[in-house]
Write a protein that binds this ligand. Sequence first.
Ligand SMILES: [Zn+2]
Length: 138
Amino acid sequence: MIPYKAEVKHDGKLHKFPIVKLKVDKCRSCGEEFFTTATDEQITASLRSTIGLLPPAEIRRQLGQLGISQRTFASHLRIAPETVSRWMTGLAIQNRALDTLMRIYFAFPAVRQTLGKAGPLDMSNRDQVNKIVHRAKA
Ligand SMILES: [Zn+2]
């Protein structure tokens, strides 16, 4: 464990944040510290919480609650299933726009219904979306 000043580029922006205890490995012969997969995962998780993006556990929880598979979720979001699986394993972080889309998707049934239809996005049922959004505000 070492204190570490992380610098990670995400969404075209450089984020700098401190990590109090970063998990690193140490060479037994020369004592040199080096990063492992666990180190990278920790940095990724810290970045997510620093800039306020949904963590994998929360995405998994929401999908479980709705009974939606990762594959279906990916198709609703118009992204590759591999992209979702990379988020879940911590190999990649969603950008802010997709994070926002996910939050809206989880919050509003009408959004899931609209995105659940195959093909180009049909916004003709926007009255229904507006009604549900209005109700949520009340
Ligand atoms: Zn060594």
